[in-house]
Structures are given as C-alpha cells and as structure tokens.
Design a protein around this ligand. Structure first.
Ligand SMILES: [Zn+2]
Length: 104
C-alpha cells in the first residue's frame, strides 16, 4: 500500500512517475475537460483553465484507491478548489495550488 500519511510522503506520491503517468491517462480519458463544468454545460478544457486530477474518495482516508482510475476524475482548478474548500482556508494563497502535488 502507498504511504500517504505525512505531507512528505504525499508530496513524494504526487511526484512519482506512476502518478504522473496515471494523471495524464486520466486527463486523456476525460478529454482534458473539467467534469463538473461539463455537467453545468460550461466547456472548460486545457485551453481555458488549469486542469487537475481529483481523488473522489480522499487519498488520506483511502490510500488503497490512490492509483485506481475509477477513483480519479478531471476537475479544473476552480472546481477542485471548491471541492476542497481551499479558498476558505487560504484566500490569499490560491497560487500555492497550481498543481495538486503542491497542495498536500
Ligand atoms: Zn470546473
């Protein structure tokens, strides 16, 4: 099982080749479109937004699904931030979340 119990180990996970490759395959699978925006009828793809790959069940609680494509989906940065309510915690530090890899 993947160790993601500390911020260091999570950073390592997000930097791993395995994750980087899987992340790309998820983006491709989802056509490089934000799934939430798409549901709302807004097309946001890599030309208009920053896309990130989200763990549907949180990595921290379910490391066994860390690399399970069924547990991954493409969200744009805005939707992803909303999902994790990052704006509420760090309104002035939004820039830190450029990539999910930096976020945990
Ligand atoms: Zn979105």
């Amino acid at each position: 099982m993947i160790d993601i119990t500390s911020p260091e180990s999570r950073a390592k996970f997000y930097a791993s080749t395995k994750w980087r490759q899987l992340r790309l395959s998820i983006l491709e699978r989802d056509n490089y479109e934000c799934l939430w925006c798409k549901e709302l009828g807004k097309l946001n793809d890599r030309n208009t937004v920053v896309l990130e790959v989200d763990h549907i069940v949180e990595l921290e609680h379910h490391p066994e699904f860390a690399l399970d494509p069924m547990n991954l989906r493409t969200l744009c940065k805005n939707c992803h931030n909303k999902r994790h309510k990052r704006f509420e915690h760090r309104p002035s530090k939004a820039k830190r979340w450029d990539d999910e890899w930096f976020g945990y």
